[in-house]
Design a binder for this molecule. Structure first.
Ligand SMILES: [Zn+2]
Length: 340
């Protein structure tokens, strides 16, 4: 594998290959049919719910075109499939955001274009995977457009994005869109059990939501601990007993940030539910005209505002932004509300 991603995190797919996520079955069938009919598009844009398996499907698509058993591609067992999975296939290039800037820069896209222009080592396809494509900065996206407009023959470009609307329409219009929806809880539990064996996956999914890919390298017990720690921080913030700046720094630094933000979301949901007598379930709650008037309503409105912002931050975790500052602003609001 070549890697046009200097300074970026090691390019490792998040999951094991042995169990295909059931909720991607439709998209896999479409891709396989197109490939076997010789009309696979040269560019795919996988629009995924966060943690639902966009990179898994991108890897699967690379195996589809590089498998040595075309009749049953991807077989998952041949040298081609195994190399793709192990990130060691010389004809697959991963492009990822640099860790410092959280962006994909123009130099990385140029390296990718140069790599795709070379003859494939295996004499077949060359594959470029840009993940997440919503981390492409403006210049990089423009550079990618050139490759999308005039792709070398036998090229497959796969872009993943949780927020494709951040991409220029010119890029989007040149890709075939695929959708990876969020799995149901039952689908998530079944897949995690197949990957990792029996465990408290249902409880763990309650913490992270419908994002089983976030759990594949984590122990369910660790998730419970992160959940407890997050709850303590949030309560300390509302009591004014912890410093929002220090807390934001600690959260932004750790790898558990996606988990912690999910806990934040759950915690806010819980607070809203408690302040809304008679609400059977949160899914029935909406901000706006349904809320009671007066001071309590203002409080709930602020909580809903925070909830929206936490959700936005979670969805934007892959794109460039100062996470520490964004968190600090949220924590300050929470501290103000808690003591106000
Ligand atoms: Zn194979």
């Amino acid at each position: 594998m070549s890697a046009a991603n200097d300074g970026a995190a090691p390019a490792a797919p998040a999951v094991g290959m042995n169990a295909a996520p059931e909720w991607t079955a439709g998209e896999r069938a479409r891709l396989r049919a197109a490939f076997q009919a010789g009309r696979l598009p040269h560019a795919l844009l996988i629009h995924e719910a966060p943690g639902a398996g966009g990179e898994w499907l991108a890897t699967w698509a690379a195996q589809l075109v590089l498998c040595r058993e075309p009749a049953r591609a991807p077989c998952g067992a041949c040298a081609g499939c195994r190399r793709v999975w192990a990130l060691q296939h010389p004809d697959v290039t991963w492009v990822r955001a640099a860790e410092d800037s959280r962006q994909i820069r123009i130099e990385q896209v140029r390296e990718l274009a140069a790599e795709l222009a070379l003859t494939a080592h295996g004499g077949g396809y060359k594959v470029g995977i840009v993940s997440p494509a919503d981390a492409l900065n403006r210049f990089a996206a423009n550079a990618l457009l050139k490759t999308l407009e005039e792709p070398p023959p036998r090229t497959l470009l796969v872009l993943t994005a949780t927020q494709p609307s951040r991409l220029p329409p010119t890029v989007i219009s040149r890709c075939q869109r695929l959708r990876v929806r969020a799995p149901t809880r039952a689908e998530g539990v079944a897949w995690l059990t197949a990957q990792r064996g029996t465990g408290e996956w249902g409880e763990a999914l309650d913490v992270v939501g419908e994002a089983p890919m976030l759990l594949v390298h984590v122990e369910p017990r660790e998730i419970a601990e992160v959940g407890l720690d997050a709850r303590r921080t949030l309560e300390a913030l509302t009591e004014g007993s912890t410093d929002p700046v220090a807390a934001a720094e600690r959260w932004a630094r750790g790898e558990a940030l996606p988990l912690r933000l999910k806990c934040f979301e759950n915690w806010l949901t819980d607070q809203i539910r408690r302040r809304t007598p008679g609400a059977a379930s949160f899914t029935e709650l909406r901000p706006g005209p349904y809320l009671p008037a007066g001071g309590v309503a203002l409080n709930i409105r602020e909580l809903f505002g925070l909830l929206d912002e936490v959700r936005e931050l979670r969805a934007a975790l892959d794109v460039p932004l100062n996470r520490g500052l964004a968190l600090e602003a949220l924590f300050r609001q929470l501290a103000r509300q808690g003591t106000g």
